[in-house]
Design a binder for this molecule. Structure first.
Ligand SMILES: Cc1ncc(COP(=O)(O)O)c(C=O)c1O
Length: 395
């Protein structure tokens, strides 16, 4: 847990490093080994008494990976973290950890597309696990969706397309009362701006590929929770499904973490400037950024988060052809999926949504065909504003 005399940046620089174990190396070595050898039968026998805490095989525990896990657990205020090969590996493993065949899940309509597919198709078709998708902004709606066999509430707040929020404290209280577990995707806010465990949520997951790594050179995921929950995930889903992170990737994550709060400050400041600019632009009908006072859930956003990250969407007063012209005239905003890196990115969610989901589903999730999503990188905000202005003049 976070020490009161320990600032966030100090923690990111030093916590969990144990440099004396690595000959004082200021940056920890990459333990690029698949297994660990032992001096005797007795020594390996002792290690197997607690396989989750001892270095035996890199699919279980690796020293480089462990340093990054300790830092992320501390950052989220959790007892333990496990790093996975992708955000989806962390998400699917955390969900599977709490449910079994025939159970029921409650989730929100605005969650990340592949997570929606995992719940609504994969788990339903293969394991008879059904999910009720709610809007998520009304506690009564969530309470009413609870069934006798509801075992899990899966959240994403804010979501990464419409940026809708859920009341974390309120939902955690309902879930606790009914013995239901809660998992949240906290990728957008990052642990620098939101710590869902302190509101009573059971497990936090992240796509580490976004801000936690921050350099667009790694795909990774993480789950953070209590020792008890993480022991179960580690022994079963982590170890049996095998979606673990590689040591080199974990080392890159560590490098990214050292500048996380500095980067978030810049992402956040620039995003606010760009959101305010777009909000006043005549060719933009709506800006979906929780940091704006005009955002419908701005008060809840301020209550749950200490600041706001650099990804948001807006709606152009045009059709899909106008969206195409806009994207094709941008210079610094590169066209691409993902977000949270050093570089600014632009994407039109309609491209993938129209292929993944039937129109009723994405319409129900509040997705407008003229919607554009931008990830604000670390470039100068003035250059980014000029870039947007130029492309907007072309639609
Ligand atoms: C909100 C959110 N959660 C989870 C994921 C999945 O993470 P990964 O791509 O690392 O598997 C993504 C990826 O874009 C995402 O945007």
């Amino acid at each position: 847990m976070f020490d009161e005399d320990f600032g966030l940046d100090t923690m990111l620089a030093h916590f969990g490093e144990e440099r004396e174990r690595h000959m004082g190396a200021v940056v920890p070595p990459i333990f690029q080994n698949s297994l660990f050898t032992f001096e005797s039968y007795e020594a390996i026998d002792r290690a197997f008494e607690n396989p989750q805490e001892n270095y035996i095989y890199t699919r279980g525990l690796n020293p480089t990976v462990e340093i990054a896990e300790k830092k992320i657990a501390c950052l989220e205020g959790g007892e333990k973290a496990k790093l996975f090969a992708s955000g989806m590996a962390a998400i699917s493993s955390s969900i599977l950890s709490f449910i079994r065949s025939g159970d029921h899940v409650i989730s929100v309509k605005s969650i990340y597309g592949p997570t929606n597919n995992f719940l609504s198709k994969y788990l339903y078709e293969k394991f008879d696990i059904s999910t009720t998708f709610v809007d998520g902004d009304d506690l009564k709606e969530i309470e009413n969706a609870v069934k006798e066999n509801t075992r899990l509430i899966y959240l994403e707040s804010p979501s990464s397309c419409t940026f809708k929020l859920q009341d974390l404290e309120g939902i955690a209280a309902i879930a606790k009362l009914k013995g239901i577990k809660t998992v949240i995707d906290n990728t957008w806010a990052t642990p620098v701006y939101q710590n869902p465990l302190k509101f009573g949520i059971d497990v936090v997951v992240h796509s580490v590929s976004k801000y936690l790594c921050g350099h667009s050179d790694v795909v990774a995921g993480v789950a953070v929770s209590s020792k008890e929950n993480m022991r179960a995930i580690s022994a079963l889903e982590y170890s049996l499904l095998g979606g673990k992170i590689a040591p080199f990737e974990a080392w890159l994550v560590l490098r990214g973490l050292r500048t996380l709060s500095l980067r978030m400050e810049r992402h956040s400041r620039s995003a606010m400037k760009l959101a305010e600019y777009l909000e006043k632009h005549p060719k933009v009908s709506k800006v979906n950024y929780p940091g704006l006072e005009s955002f419908p859930q701005h008060e809840l956003a301020k209550k749950q988060m200490s600041d706001f990250s650099g990804l948001f969407s807006f709606e152009l007063t045009t059709d899909v052809d106008g969206v195409k012209r806009f994207l094709n005239h941008l210079k610094y905003f590169k066209i691409g999926v993902s977000w949270g890196g050093y570089e600014s990115l632009v994407y039109a969610p309609i491209i993938s949504l129209s292929k993944e989901l039937p129109a009723e589903k994405w319409q129900a999730a509040g997705i407008h065909p003229g919607i554009v999503r931008i990830s604000i990188g670390l470039e100068n905000a003035e250059d980014l504003i000029r870039d947007l202005g130029m492309a907007l003049s072309m639609i």
